[in-house]
Design a protein around this ligand. Structure first.
Ligand code: ADP
Length: 268
């Protein structure tokens, strides 16, 4: 939210610097199950953001003093690669990445069925390979798919988006210049099954009415993000089913076919 050096963020036709309308989300593509060493993983491209997420666990939490007797801990690590921004980012953790790791962990603690693994830990690692605003939400979106890919039961899929105020207008999914020179930014994540908000932060200022409208716009935008997550998981699990079918020995396949025919005959 810096001082605008004179960039026209919204033109007279209501179009933004990348040609989008105010309620338009940048293109999103997600691939699930891209890393073979992790229990679950996802690679996401969202506009110019590129994110890799990997999930390990659940497994026993060591050292034991960090264990919780009644549930597992969801541990998150958000990291921006040194080459992810136009100026080389100083490598290693900083206050911003610690804060983002914490809010994402809090969000997932609310949706993962943590009571299933007392004394355990689930590790979620998110690497920002290329950054162009909205990276905390992009990281969380990829991590939610990686958790599902790992087969970790959740109360629902978490999707998110950020809405902000740019040149006095509310716009969903801010890009780099809008984030840098806009007036406010409101990243939100929602449990798409229950409708519960699991992450909400705000940078800059909005009036009460603007806040309500921004929240509405964000929740609508989350539907599109959720669709990209579902597409990725559908492709992933269809591919897995195809693999399983290929591995099934021929006689068993014959029996399955016979059983199917019997059931179909009975139903008819
Ligand atoms: P988010 O990425 O969730 O919007 P911020 O609002 O803190 O989080 O950051 C906005 C954008 O500013 C980032 O997406 C990134 O492009 C850029 N940025 C953030 N931190 C740094 C940094 N340390 N060095 C260079 N660019 C950064």
């Amino acid at each position: 939210m810096g001082v605008n050096p004179g960039i026209e963020l919204i033109d007279k036709n209501g179009k933004r610097t990348d040609g989008r309308k105010v309620d338009e989300v940048r293109p999103i593509h997600i691939e699930a199950g891209v890393l073979h060493r992790a229990d679950g993983s996802a690679y996401l491209e969202w506009g110019n953001n590129k994110v890799m997420a990997a999930v390990y666990g659940p497994r026993e939490f060591n050292p034991r003093r960090f264990q919780k007797a009644d549930k597992c801990v969801v541990r998150c690590k958000y990291n921006m690669a040194a080459f992810s921004t136009s100026d080389r980012k100083r490598p290693g953790p900083d206050r911003r990445s610690q804060e983002i790791s914490k809010v994402i962990a809090d969000a997932f603690e609310n949706v993962v069925l943590t009571e299933k693994w007392p004394r355990g830990v689930i590790d979620i690692n998110m690497e920002i390979l290329q950054a162009d605003a909205g990276t905390r939400i992009a990281a969380l979106t990829a991590a939610a798919v990686a958790l599902a890919d790992a087969g970790i039961p959740m109360k629902g899929m978490v999707a998110g988006c950020a809405t902000g105020k740019v040149d006095g207008k509310l716009c969903v999914d801010l890009n780099g210049p809008e984030d840098n020179y806009g007036e406010s930014d409101l990243p939100v994540a929602v449990n798409m099954t229950t409708g519960e908000i699991v992450l909400l932060q705000m940078d800059g200022h909005l009036t009460g009415r603007e806040f309500e409208k921004a929240l509405d716009m964000t929740v609508k935008a989350c539907d599109q993000v959720y669709q990209a997550q579902r597409d990725a998981l559908e492709r992933r699990f269809t591919a897995k089913l195809d693999e399983l079918e290929k591995d099934t020995p021929a006689p068993r396949r014959g029996k399955q076919q016979e059983a199917k025919e019997v059931v179909e005959a009975e139903v008819a």
